[in-house]
Design a protein around this ligand. Structure first.
Ligand code: TMP
Length: 245
């Protein structure tokens, strides 16, 4: 039945609810500064999981939905006009909200593993550490956009900024490569590394200057441990500590 004008309760996107069942899928993000190889490694991981018949969805930020891809076009296009980092943060979080509601949360609820190239840590690193916004403000925005969804595992592909930036072909350079200096990108890298130190249980930090095959193997090991299909080597026994009298 049609609702009378003014009494409409239409929802434009599905609400985000976190199922609390044991068969919920796992949420894996791949983060890092420019030119770290996230896209390559996300796609290799997807292939690896598919070969093991793990139901998987691979997506990216900003993007992954029709709205998100349009926002991606807006935020990445080189422009001569400076953009306020807070305006950026809202745009990235708008794309994130749509992605979480339309793709990530339904997949996780259906037991599917989700691989996402970049997620909220990128806003903290770029608009927070790089752009100078308060991390507390960004966390509040993020909480609203994601309903508190956090990755189960974050692979941080770490690369010195000069190395990463040099990997980008001129035609692939976005606003973040053309409008921001080395100091900005160094703050971004440091921001990621600080997050990894603060949350050692979530982050696995890998040297992204290593050969792609070696990085892929390390990612497979970390993901295998998360999904429970790799034997986790037991901790080496610590030598007994003698307390000196
Ligand atoms: P990428 O897909 O090549 O990683 O490009 C995305 C760009 O957008 C990259 O320069 C990082 C930037 N970015 C932010 O500044 N904040 C964000 O929240 C996200 C997701 C990306």
């Amino acid at each position: 039945m049609d609702e009378a004008p003014g009494q409409c309760s239409a929802a434009y996107t599905p609400g985000v609810t976190h199922a609390s069942t044991a068969d919920r899928g796992r949420f894996i993000t791949i983060e890092g500064p420019e030119g770290a190889g996230k896209t390559t490694q996300a796609s290799r991981l997807e292939t690896y999981l598919r070969a093991r018949e793990v139901p998987v969805v691979a997506t990216r930020e900003p993007g992954g939905t029709a709205l998100g891809e349009r926002i991606r076009g807006l935020v990445l296009a080189p422009t001569g006009v400076p953009i306020d980092p807070l305006a950026d943060a809202f745009l990235f979080n708008a794309a994130r909200r749509q992605l979480v509601g339309e793709v990530i949360e339904p997949a996780l609820a259906a037991g599917t593993t989700v691989i996402c190239a970049r997620f909220a840590d990128s806003t903290r690193a770029y608009q927070g550490s790089g752009g100078g916004l308060s991390l507390d403000d960004l966390r509040r925005l993020e909480e609203i956009a994601t309903d508190g969804l956090e990755p189960d595992l974050t692979i941080l592909l770490d690369v010195p900024v000069e190395v990463g930036l040099a990997r980008k072909a001129p035609a692939d350079r976005t606003r973040f490569e053309t409008s921001y200096d080395l100091a900005f990108h160094r703050r971004v890298r440091d921001g990621f590394l600080r997050m990894a130190v603060a949350e050692p249980g979530r982050f696995v930090v890998l040297d992204a200057t290593a050969p792609a095959d070696a990085i892929a193997t390390r990612i497979e090991r970390a993901v295998g441990r998360l999904l429970g299909f790799t034997r986790v080597p037991s901790e080496p026994k610590r030598p007994e500590t003698r307390i000196p009298r």
